[in-house]
Design a protein around this ligand. Structure first.
Ligand SMILES: Cc1cc2nc3c(=O)[nH]c(=O)nc-3n(C[C@H](O)[C@H](O)[C@H](O)COP(=O)(O)OP(=O)(O)OC[C@H]3O[C@@H](n4cnc5c(N)ncnc54)[C@H](O)[C@@H]3O)c2cc1C
Length: 378
């Protein structure tokens, strides 16, 4: 058995682990990352790849999302990763949706959001992917960035390793943490601090801390088309009326309850599975479509075809793309706390769990990581 030394060990090579590795290594710390799989296969490669500040409530969380976005830009440019800083559109087709979008375009800028209302013609000139029939307009925001999560999460380890000397141990599960000792696979490491970014694994490490944390799992069903023909690109990432009731940013709108009530009355099936419609595009030109939300500690391993049908029904009301035939279906799981946007827990001196950025882990990861590292290494 070998014994090694590092300043900081990180558990998990999902986006949270990688972001913490970057934030620590750029301060000159010696960092080792352990990932139990041969390549990361958790929520971080199963998502839309949307860096989505517009979904964060104003104030601390929106500011954190913007800081995180700035770090992302630094990293993806240095790592020469593909990205599309093309913003987002929330397209609206009903009067109550338009009321919310217009109200947010009015109050949002006063709260710090960069957004504006576009009428139908202006929206169509920003996106050729919007269905023009009955389109009333859209909420435009320039701050959203799309990355390709599979490419990004697969590439960042070699970038961090080559540029910043971060060591990676893939296929190496952390079994025990008793600082300064970390046991991982067949290796023993001596470290000062450990940051656990184990995603939805609550069982392997610190099970009692997780059990009392209030965290739960959320399952999301997702779909992906084949690559769009002839290099067709989506442009801004797309959302629509259902999304206005999903993200907390929009809860400042006094017109929101009427929209919620109409959806609950007219299409309760969307509320039943907490469905809304988001569309992003990968480097290869596939469209990523979703999503739904099922809550609870136990994840149903079987996808529900009815949910996929509902998502496709809804998305086809606003998306007009050359090829909507579905090539891939999967689900992802993230961890969420009912009251906190994410959790940092300290189960033992030097041990830090940083988890549960919910459906905003891509958006917030680099911002959260910068804060964690600044707090640990004052
Ligand atoms: C379908 C879906 C769509 C989403 N879309 C978006 C989006 O567009 N924008 C956005 O901002 N957020 C999005 N999210 C949320 C975001 O993906 C997550 O918040 C984020 O990926 C969580 O990252 P993580 O590193 O904590 O977890 P994970 O990516 O799950 O990584 C945890 C890693 O830890 C490893 N691990 C666990 N235990 C051990 C151990 N003992 N030893 C070694 N390794 C271990 C696991 O193997 C895993 O690779 C989405 C989530 C899902 C599921």
């Amino acid at each position: 058995m070998t014994e090694n030394r590092a300043d900081l060990a990180i558990v998990g090579a999902g986006v949270m682990g990688l972001a913490h590795a970057w934030a620590a290594a750029r301060r000159g710390l010696k960092v080792v990352v352990f990932e139990r799989s041969l390549r990361a296969a958790g929520a971080s490669v199963r998502n839309f790849g949307l860096i989505w500040p517009i979904g964060q409530p104003h104030g601390r969380m929106y500011d954190l999302a913007l800081r995180s976005r700035a770090y992302w830009l630094e990293v993806i440019e240095q790592a020469r990763l593909p990205y599309w800083p093309e913003g987002s559109l929330h397209a609206v087709y009903r009067d109550d949706e338009a009321a919310v979008a217009r109200e947010f375009a009015e109050v949002g800028p006063r709260l710090g959001f960069q957004c504006e209302w576009l009428d139908a013609d202006q929206a169509l000139s920003r996106s050729r992917a919007l269905n023009p029939a009955s389109l009333l307009g859209a909420l435009w925001s320039p701050t959203e960035i799309t990355i390709d999560p599979r490419v990004t999460i697969a590439t960042l380890p070699s970038f961090l390793s080559e540029r910043l000397g971060v060591q990676f141990r893939f296929g190496c599960s952390v079994r025990r943490i008793d600082l300064p000792l970390v046991e991982a696979g067949a290796e023993h490491w001596n470290v000062e601090n450990v940051i656990v970014c184990s995603g939805d694994d609550f069982e392997s490490l610190y099970p009692e801390t997780f059990a009392s944390s209030g965290l739960t799992r959320v399952k999301l069903q997702m779909l992906r088309t084949a690559p769009q023909p002839d290099g067709w690109r989506l442009g801004p990432a797309l959302a629509a009326g259902l999304t206005l009731r999903f993200y907390r940013s929009f809860s400042v709108c006094q017109t929101l309850p009427a929209l919620r009530q109409r959806i609950a009355h007219e299409t309760p099936e969307y509320d039943r599975w907490e469905i809304h419609g988001l569309v992003s595009q990968t480097a290869q030109g596939e469209l990523t479509l979703g999503d739904s939300h099922e809550y609870g500690p136990v994840v149903d391993i079987f996808n529900k075809e009815a949910i996929d049908c509902l998502m496709l029904r809804y998305i086809s009301t606003f998306l007009s793309a050359p090829d909507l035939s579905i090539a891939q279906r999967w689900y992802g799981v993230y961890v969420k706390h009912p009251d906190h946007p994410y959790l940092t827990l300290n189960p033992a001196p030097g041990a830090h769990i940083v988890t549960s950025p919910g459906g905003a882990g891509m958006t917030l990861s680099f911002g959260i990581a910068a804060e964690t590292i600044a707090e640990i290494y004052v």
